[in-house]
Design a protein around this ligand. Sequence first.
Ligand SMILES: CC(C)(COP(=O)(O)OP(=O)(O)OC[C@H]1O[C@@H](n2cnc3c(N)ncnc32)[C@H](O)[C@@H]1OP(=O)(O)O)[C@@H](O)C(=O)NCCC(=O)NCCS
Length: 331
Amino acid sequence: MKLKIRPIAFDDIEAVAALWKSCGLTVSYNDPQADIALAMASPASEIFVGEQEGRVVASTLAGSDGHRGWLYYVAVDPALQGGGYGKALIAHAEAWLMGRGINKVMLLIRPTNTKVKAFYERLGYREEERSLLTRWLRGGPDSDIDPAKHAEIETTVTYLEMTERPTRPSVPAPAMRLSLQRAEMPTVSFYRYLYNTIGAPWAWVSKRLESDADIKAVIQDDDVDIYVLSVAGVPAGMVQLDRREFQVVDIAYFGLMPDFIGHGLGKYLLNWGIDQAWESNPARVTVNTCDLDHPRALPLYQKCGFRPIRREVVSLAHPHLFGLEVPAHRR
Ligand SMILES: CC(C)(COP(=O)(O)OP(=O)(O)OC[C@H]1O[C@@H](n2cnc3c(N)ncnc32)[C@H](O)[C@@H]1OP(=O)(O)O)[C@@H](O)C(=O)NCCC(=O)NCCS
């Protein structure tokens, strides 16, 4: 049966990790989920999966280091090995690497994996005399760092609420050519652009792990409103109001694009968002912020009338899995 080869999607992560395990490719010092997240986040790598009747039965991770191409995690479901799937998948990954200007592909075979060498030789791969030198920068077989734990970062989340509409006069708009518009049927790509760009300095990662279908279900919900602030036609920030809980409006996301921080837009946009939230006469307006966010976020929320009601320590996917830095104030 023909194999359908395509890039990995968020919904495949568990199946791919299970496949690697069933093929004996996982070791204690590599966390498959973290390896998958890192490869998915990198523009220079791609995980290809082979699908048969809707089931993931094969995979390979291809990456370019800017000079050579590399293959990792070449795997075919043990029950389907010997049917040409490994060969097809490697041909696909090689074509992808060639399309990126790569002329030579390399891979590593663990010495314990004796029988696989003949497979690669069959496909034209040759052993070359080189010394392989490596050094673990973090983790590794002799380390007591748990790779799964290292894929996470702890953060304290503060939940705030406001139970009365603020009585202050409306906050004047900074003297710029501003427009505030509700994105009526936001596309997932536009939303990811807003979320990823605004959140990059603050390690916003949770939506990066969500599938397109899950994101779409929220952003196109009638009870979720996404407002985009633009300066002379250029997106500068967003406020996401979520009314899905009865009598509550949650300011689910609020933030500015990095280029627009420091011009007085944040205070304006937040107060505008608060006024907008109260338009539907909820019993309370809520917001939360974590200690990875801009250090001025929490005091700004309090100044605008929010009161902290609860704190909680949670674990998030580590920003370095997405090529992001831990914000300087948390290092
Ligand atoms: C290695 C692996 C991906 C190969 O996939 P596969 O679907 O079984 O291989 P294919 O059916 O595509 O084989 C392609 C060719 O290699 C040959 N081949 C496959 N395995 C071979 C072996 N162990 N010895 C000799 N030849 C082999 C096949 O006969 C076929 O030859 P052909 O082109 O003349 O028909 C699969 O066996 C696997 O998942 N193994 C466990 C995980 C693993 O070791 N991965 C590699 C990590 S470096």
